[in-house]
Design a protein around this ligand. Sequence first.
Ligand code: DC
Length: 201
Amino acid sequence: MSFTVAIDGPAAAGKGTISRAVAAHFGFAHLDTGLLYRAVGARVLAGEAPLAAARALTAADLEADGLRSPEVAEAASRVAVDPAVRAALVDFQRAFAARSGGAVLDGRDIGTVICPDAQAKLFVTASAEVRARRRLAELLERGHATDFAAVLADVQARDARDSSRATAPLRPADDAVVIDTSDLDIAEAVAAAIAAIDARR
Ligand code: DC
């Protein structure tokens, strides 16, 4: 039997951490759909055209080095505006969601476009300042030279682009449970997510 958990939200709200913890808790497979857009973005930075890159994507691309860099994140956010690029990535995501044994997909449009019939939908968010602080800590830990103002500007620019695009903009599905992690630690956020999913099982 398939059981799909859709987890959407803006960059650095805690989606990834919550998704991995939820998948481990329920024994579900997990797909970080941002990696698909990052892999396309990385191919575009290497000189490919966006649609050709999306169509040529392989599982190995998702393992490529450097997909977490700010440059690739920016390129991902840009290619994600293109409806043809998004359409080229739909089948892979839906097939993943339909696998037996349960699946967690996290992204921006999982509950609204990719899996509108998902059994459980969460929208994980936090203030831009809190998200920038978390992203800064991550980037510094990985050795990227940056500062709070630059990261906050990047978070705000990506929010604006992801929320205002015409195709599949970032927004909570009508039936999503919203979890604001601004004042929650990881354990509290994960517990809130598990409780929301349990309520749908
Ligand atoms: O979640 P992330 O930071 O890895 O996502 C990178 C970019 O990809 C993000 O700015 C918007 C885009 N994206 C999207 O449009 N739809 C998704 N389902 C996932 C990511």
